[in-house]
Design a protein around this ligand. Structure first.
Ligand SMILES: [Zn+2]
Length: 295
């Protein structure tokens, strides 16, 4: 059989992509069919070939037998203690879609659809608010809040998200040492010698995101502008010209804050796509099946 060419996901901006791996124990998987349902190994194999985990298995700690998220690199199955030679892996690529690269996304999907056995494709229903909250959650998990580096990391993540591009790594190759509010900046940002100069609208968005991220933490409300109470945040945003730039009436702080969040949400991705690569799973499943048959 001819080997199909590898499909590259490189046309999609990396800031819009998140990758998740999910393991499955094939011993547990076969046992469900052969021991619980008393089916033959051959039937079990043909059923298992169709298997695709559900999104919830990838996205939460709720993965259930025979799946598990293997962050601690287990040697044995958490359910049956089978050794890791029984493990196979699903690789999911999640894309938070944005009109700026929708053409590339569609082209990629056309290629993936040519290998329906290997790739399971989903477009789960999401509101823009859900997509935004999930992004905040992922960001929250990826940051370490021990020192102030997270403030810069969160700022850069937001800026990359607001303008998805594959050039960011090149542009920011010498790192970001400082985010600087700059009124005369043309467009929304400019990078020079490790300093990222940003417009009031983008700077305000950054401190909004930092405030949202850190408010669940013990010393919440931390931003590039220091630790701010809600009232202080409002005053600061007002002073830097954020509400003006965003055309938000600042007179009622709560109303203004809500509108600012709505603006952040609306400017973000509006759809989520998943491609689940089953290649490793199918290969291992086949080899386990063949070994079982030899017995
Ligand atoms: Zn197991």
């Amino acid at each position: 059989m001819m080997k199909k060419p590898e499909i590259s996901f490189d046309s999609i901006p990396s800031s819009a992509v998140s990758k998740i791996s999910l393991k499955i124990c094939l011993k547990c998987a076969f046992d469900v069919f052969t021991k619980q349902l008393k089916l033959t190994t051959r039937t079990a194999y043909s059923e298992l070939k169709k298997h695709v985990p559900e999104e919830v298995d990838f996205t939460s700690a709720a993965a259930s037998r025979p799946h598990f998220l293997d962050e601690s690199r287990l040697d044995h199955c958490p359910y049956c203690s089978g050794s890791k030679r029984w493990f196979a892996e699903f690789h999911a690529v999640r894309i938070d879609a944005n009109p700026s690269f929708e053409k590339e996304r569609k082209k990629l999907w056309t290629q993936l659809k040519k290998q329906p056995d290997r790739f399971a494709l989903w477009k789960p229903a999401r509101t823009q608010m859900q997509i935004f909250s999930e992004w905040l959650e992922r960001l929250n998990r990826s940051l370490t809040f021990q020192n102030d580096q997270w403030l810069l990391d969160a700022a850069v993540s937001h800026i990359k998200r607001s303008e998805p591009s594959n050039h960011w790594d090149m542009i920011l190759s010498s790192g970001v040492r400082r985010i600087q509010l700059s009124r005369p900046v043309e467009g929304s940002w400019r990078y020079e010698d490790g300093w990222l100069y940003v417009s009031p609208a983008l700077y305000g968005d950054v401190i909004m995101v930092q405030h949202l991220l850190s408010r669940s933490h013990q010393h919440g409300g931390r931003t590039l502008e220091g630790r701010l109470t809600f009232q202080e945040l409002h005053r600061r945003l007002r002073r830097i010209g954020y509400f003006e730039a965003k055309d938000i009436d600042p007179s009622d702080p709560y109303e203004a804050f809500e509108q600012a969040v709505a603006g952040l949400v609306d400017s973000g991705p509006s759809a989520v796509y998943y491609a689940v690569d089953r290649q490793d799973y199918l290969d291992k499943l086949k080899s386990v099946y063949e070994k079982k048959r030899e017995k």
